[in-house]
Ligand binder design. Structure first.
Ligand code: AMP
Ligand code: ZN
Length: 439
């Protein structure tokens, strides 16, 4: 770690006094509320319904009066009705899987791509990246924000980027070794898989592999996993958080103190709310994370409910940054699962099952992690009629459901048709998910 420990990409911003920051946030918030009110009919109607006009929002202290936004809004106003800039000013679309099989899409103006790249440049710098580094991007490059985010941040720093995208492990390792890659960006589960494969191939981190640090995120992980990863690869492993709706990765990032993720508070205002009442909670308390973007112009989000659970602290960090930090994500307030990086709602699978012939709406989703890759098994009960049908018919139905899940949800699942009445019934709330992943 040594001299890399305290380099800061944007000290004028990242180390602002809290007073300066509040003044900046208030100005930018007012601009964003005005832009949103004037350009996005849905939000204007929502503000009107609450009797709020843009001029009522005088600063950060008035944030709590604004209506919330939700993931369902992105679905209902898909694809372009939440844009606050002319369509032709949008230079990029990114997305993630959504609740209907259609992706959730976000539009970015040139300004927004730049805001995002800056957040990622800060993120990589906080993990020790300089222009001398060689950065392997093993997040998927595509609609998913992970790959492009890491690429843009490393490019902005002027580091050498190796845009591998995800998968093809042997090739990833060959490039890592041959090029002397020093930084890795991917999900923590894939990093662990890469680490184990490197060891199995007889390669020695520190000698054959020159990695020194990595930024790992897009899915929940734990301190125990950090210890394992750091040992496996001989690196500093930093947590990084983001979501498509707000910008992508880099909304929050860990510095090498590894004591929680600094939130890019000059670009987004975080809040923690009580998920049941919507009331803001003080620093230190755990609740639902809510973000307001204050510098984006394409598709600004005001009080966007992430459904991620964590807490915030504004205690000063030894790195010198003044941005508040968020803890690891400890859970979600909805039932969204993240399976191989894809957001999956059990209701999507239920929709497929309800439409299929020969099966009853009794099912169980079993999620596991095998060789550091997530697996999903869908167990669904056959009807009595189906149960006594021919083996080939049963197999046909099984294959049909497998294909439907792949096309609606976007991931491969193992479908098992089980005997009638074999899925456990519950007396209260049905338990439909067993998540055996040891984080
Ligand atoms: P997406 O928009 O597809 O990138 O998914 C965003 C979601 O991924 C977030 O709302 C979180 O639930 C999850 N996520 C992203 N980064 C992290 C992280 N570092 N730790 C835990 N969950 C994360
Ligand atoms: Zn710090």
């Amino acid at each position: 770690m040594g001299d890399r420990k305290h380099i800061i990409y944007d000290p004028a911003r990242e180390c602002m006094s809290r007073d300066e920051l509040t003044a900046w946030q208030s100005e930018k918030l007012k601009e964003t509320v005005k832009r949103e009110y004037e350009n996005v009919a849905m939000y204007r109607e929502r503000m009107d319904a609450k009797g709020i006009k843009p001029q009522d929002i005088r600063g950060v202290e008035d944030l709590k009066y604004l209506p919330f936004m939700e993931k369902t809004d992105l679905r209902d106003y898909y694809p372009f009705d939440l844009l606050a800039s002319p369509r032709e000013d949008i230079v990029r679309i990114q997305g993630s899987s959504g609740t209907t099989g259609k992706p959730i899409v976000a539009g970015y103006t040139r300004n927004d791509v730049d805001v995002w790249s800056t957040m990622m440049a800060r993120t990589l710098t906080a993990a020790g990246c300089t222009r001398e580094d060689i950065v392997q991007v093993a997040y998927g490059l595509g609609l998913f924000t992970g790959g492009f985010g890491a690429y843009q941040g490393a490019d902005k720093i002027g580091a050498m980027v190796v845009p591998m995208s995800s998968g093809n492990t042997q090739r990833q390792i060959m490039m890592m070794k041959d090029l002397g890659v020093t930084m890795l960006c991917c999900t923590p589960s894939y990093a662990t898989y890469l680490g184990e494969t490197i060891r199995e191939m007889g390669l020695v981190p520190g000698k054959d592999i020159k990695l020194k640090a990595g930024c790992f995120g897009a899915e929940p992980w734990t301190e125990a996993m950090r210890v394992k990863l750091e040992e496996l690869l001989g690196i500093d492993a930093c947590d990084i958080y983001g979501l498509t709706e707000i910008a992508g990765p880099g909304v929050a990032f860990e510095c090498l103190e590894k004591q929680g993720m600094h939130i890019n508070e000059d670009q987004v205002i975080p809040e923690i709310i009580d998920p049941a009442t919507g009331e803001p909670l003080p620093y230190g308390e755990s609740g639902e994370l809510v973000f307001t973007t204050i510098t984006k112009t394409g598709m600004p989000m005001l009080r966007y409910r992430t459904h991620d659970i964590c807490s915030l602290t504004d205690k000063k960090c030894d790195c010198g940054r003044t941005f508040a930090r968020m803890s690891r994500i400890t859970g979600r307030t909805d039932d969204m699962l993240i399976i191989r990086g894809v957001n999956v709602f059990p209701s999507q699978i239920e929709t497929v099952l309800v439409r299929a012939e020969g099966v009853a709406p009794h099912y169980m989703l079993i999620v596991d992690r095998v060789n550091n890759s997530d697996t999903l098994e869908v167990q669904v009960e056959m009807t009595e009629d189906m149960f006594s049908d021919t083996v080939s018919h049963i197999e046909g139905v099984r294959r049909y459901i497998t294909d439907q899940i792949k096309s609606v949800v976007g991931i491969a699942a193992k479908v098992t048709l089980v005997a009638p009445k074999s899925v456990p019934r519950s007396e209260g709330k049905a338990k439909r998910v067993i998540d055996n992943r040891k984080l």
